[in-house]
Write a protein that binds this ligand. Structure first.
Ligand SMILES: Nc1nc2c(c(=O)[nH]1)N[C@H]1C(S)=C(S)[C@@H](COP(=O)(O)OP(=O)(O)OC[C@H]3O[C@@H](n4cnc5c(N)ncnc54)[C@H](O)[C@@H]3O)O[C@H]1N2
Ligand code: MOO
Length: 417
């Protein structure tokens, strides 16, 4: 959908797509560091990595059994003398003598001349053929096709090939792949340090008792863990009250070390919307995004001395924070951590029910699978204060702004979480 910009009231209204594109322009990658593989989990590769070794590095056996020349066994049953024994890790391998078999273990190098592996189960008296001492001869009961159970050098990757490109986030499979191709260290972007600041005089720390009118601060926990999941290093700044002087003090201190800042609350139209009040004339733009939840948003770059710190200001409602962190917070952290893959992995699923959606705003409906359809995860739909019910959510279904009612069977774009 093309981005649209409508002037309505004091704030610009822009589409979800346009706003996300703006967030994707915010900030640039932080500095890099060289780390041992195990310490780079969840970080983003800063330069392309090429294979030093092939995978597999040498032709080897996929079975415990016997390495043979196919010519010698193609007319099995046949008896062959066992001329050598090759455990995994043996490095002094001579060519296989013609008309003989080499006992070989899984992962051991296939001797030159051999082209086929016969697994031990295909030999007579198999249980006697895998004792400590190799047998003098074996009786092969049945032939295998030429090349059977040989894992060929380079069949997965050849030396010199590009293994993983810069901009890819590293998880267990990528890091073990790098180990397998000969690398012990990687150059990655350090994890960007993201400050999380929940604002509101009504907030109490998790676990604290409440006076009437107070609520537990659940956004700090939500946002910090979503920062971590996106590849940032989370720092929760002490919550600020609704007093701008308080906010100024917290920010000036944090501005000396943060790479990015995410605030929650205080961005809508209220009399005490401190974030908006304090940051409006500090290069932060506040606008309305045509989406629900997550309508009021702010973005910009704060300057602290010679440091520039990109900032996102999310609305305070907890479900709005969840959706905003998924679609915008993650995009900011991708920019700062050098991650290039930012597209949302939408899948098309049919609606399993019917519901009304907010007029003129795209909806992000928390959903669960119901057979091969999706239905709202809770009876409250996408109401942005139902933080407890978010635990039932398995995906977010996107309903475009121009759709005002979803009817059973309508195709929906779903982002499974
Ligand atoms: N007159 C209007 N009022 C509102 C509008 C509007 O357009 N015109 N927009 C509504 C929408 S949509 C949203 S979303 C909220 C956003 O409000 P704020 O960002 O200013 O957030 P707060 O007012 O501070 O809080 C909203 C809500 O969320 C609760 N909250 C806040 N922080 C936390 C936290 N850390 N943990 C848990 N819950 C939190 C807070 O108690 C409020 O209930 O504005 C609407 N109003
Ligand atoms: O857009 Mo608000 O985020 O619905 O609650």
């Amino acid at each position: 959908m093309a981005g649209r910009r409508i002037q309505r009231g004091r704030h610009k209204v822009i589409s979800f797509e346009e706003y996300r594109n703006r967030v994707l322009q915010l900030g640039s990658p932080v500095s890099t560091e060289v780390l041992p593989l195990h310490a780079a989990e969840g970080m983003v590769l800063a330069e392309p990595v090429f294979a030093r070794f092939a995978v597999p590095p040498f032709d080897n056996s996929a079975m415990d059994g016997f390495a043979v020349r196919h010519d010698d066994i193609k007319n099995a049953p046949v008896t062959l003398r066992v001329s050598t024994d090759i455990p995994a890790g043996r490095t002094d391998i001579s060519p296989l003598e013609e008309g003989t078999a080499a006992r070989i273990m899984t992962g051991a190098p296939v001797p030159p001349g051999a082209d086929t592996i016969i697994q031990v189960e295909k030999t007579a008296n198999a249980h006697e053929n895998m004792l400590t001492e190799a047998p003098d001869e074996i009786h092969i009961l049945e032939a295998n096709a030429q090349g059977a159970h040989v894992r060929f050098s380079g069949e997965d990757i050849e030396p010199g090939e590009l293994a993983i490109d810069a901009g890819v986030r590293l998880g267990p499979t990528q890091l073990s792949a790098l180990a397998s191709i000969g690398h012990g260290y990687v150059t990655v972007y350090r994890k960007p340090v993201i400050g999380i600041l929940s604002t509101g005089s009504e907030l109490r720390k998790p676990g604290e008792d409440l006076l009437p009118g107070q609520i537990p601060d659940s956004n700090s926990t939500l946002a910090r863990l979503m920062v971590r999941a996106s590849g940032g290093k989370d720092i929760v700044l002490s919550s600020s009250s609704d007093d701008p002087a308080d906010l100024a003090k917290v920010l000036d201190e944090a501005g000396t070390y943060l790479d990015g800042l995410i605030t929650t609350g205080g961005v809508s139209a209220g009399a005490f919307d401190v974030v908006k009040e304090y940051l409006t004339d500090k290069n932060v733009e506040f606008l309305k995004v045509a989406m629900q939840p997550g309508k009021p948003q702010g973005l910009g770059t704060l300057t602290f001395g010679d440091r520039e710190v990109p900032i996102l200001c999310l609305p305070g409602n907890p479900v709005s924070v969840f959706v905003s962190m998924k679609v915008y917070g993650d995009a900011l952290i991708a920019n700062l951590s050098g991650r290039k893959h930012t597209s949302i992995p939408w899948q098309e699923w049919p609606a399993g029910g019917s519901w009304k959606t907010p007029e003129g705003r795209a909806q992000f409906m928390p959903v669960v699978a119901h057979g091969d359809t999706v239905i709202p995860a809770t009876s409250g739909g996408s109401k942005s204060h139902l933080i407890y019910s978010m635990i039932k959510t398995r995906g977010l279904a996107y309903v475009p702004a121009e759709v005002e009612e979803v009817t059973e069977g309508d195709p929906l774009k779903v982002w499974w979480l």
